[in-house]
Ligand binder design. Sequence first.
Ligand SMILES: NC(=O)c1ccc[n+]([C@@H]2O[C@H](COP(=O)([O-])OP(=O)(O)OC[C@H]3O[C@@H](n4cnc5c(N)ncnc54)[C@H](OP(=O)(O)O)[C@@H]3O)[C@@H](O)[C@H]2O)c1
Length: 323
Amino acid sequence: MRAIVCNSFAPLDQLAIEDRPSPELAAGQVRVRVTAAGVNFVDALIVQGLYQIKPPLPFVAGGETVGIVTELGDGVTSPALGDRVLITSGFGGFATEMVYPANRVLVVPASLTDGQAATFMQSYMTAYFALVHRARMQSGQWLLVLGAGGGVGLAAVDVGRALGLQVIAAASSADKREMALSRGAVAVIDSTNEDVKARAKEVSGDGVDAVYDPIGGRVGEECLRALREDGQFIVIGFASGDIPKLPANQVLLRNRRVTGVDWGAWVGRNPAANQELVAQLIALIESGAVHPVEPVSYPFDQAAQALADQQQRKVVGKAVLVP
Ligand SMILES: NC(=O)c1ccc[n+]([C@@H]2O[C@H](COP(=O)([O-])OP(=O)(O)OC[C@H]3O[C@@H](n4cnc5c(N)ncnc54)[C@H](OP(=O)(O)O)[C@@H]3O)[C@@H](O)[C@H]2O)c1
């Protein structure tokens, strides 16, 4: 099999494409022929040693993978041979073949393409967990999404609309804003040329009920001031590399709240509760209420390029590696 291997925590161009023997199949595991591997912002952080999780070196990059079950280990009764499954592994997913515990794979809904299936879990579950479980948003409320043309941002637009929220989407380029409109944003803001805080207040009337911030930095901090009474600033991530220092006086004013979101760590502590949320999200996908975007495809061997493009804000929506 071929794999994208991280031999040392280093810049993306140091990732190696290696031929490796097929992994051995243990009892309780399935073997999967990979058809699509989702690219996430976090993958680039992990291989550069910039993430809180540092896998033992060397390791295969990639955390979200879809493929066809080709072999069953002893004792496996489900999934079945030929099933199309999603593996959410954290790392190990940029490979043409994987073995994984059968009880931790998800049979992919038939309505999703391989590309959609390999790119929705991390982005959509972050958005769903944030808006439903953490922020407990209510239908009709105003939501301002920053980075709305990226993975977790676009997912928040889509999930937000499905929850009945009025979503204002801020993004840096016209194609990202178009994408957000296609997922149901009621208004868009050009975050490169417009004052995001002022425009969000203008569009919503008296300010928004929540700001969803995957970017961090100055814009996020500014947008704290766009929150109305009891509004929540939802901390998702720091794609800009700049962790904002939220002014406490602005939190105090209008009785605002700051809501932290760390979906991955929560899953580790609450696997059963997460399964319930995943089932709710899958139901929304199957009913057509949310529509994960069809990702931009890269050949498998261009993993480093795909990760670099994402880090440089060039990817609209999501990206996927196709073996
Ligand atoms: N809290 C959680 O549980 C959780 C889960 C998954 C991901 N995350 C975090 O969420 C963040 C976004 O992830 P993602 O998958 O949505 O990434 P993505 O698809 O690359 O989107 C990130 C967006 O951030 C914006 N951005 C602004 N400044 C940037 C910069 N200097 N470099 C890169 N992007 C910049 C870009 O939008 P514009 O061009 O429109 O500005 C870009 O589209 C990451 O920090 C990730 O670690 C958190």
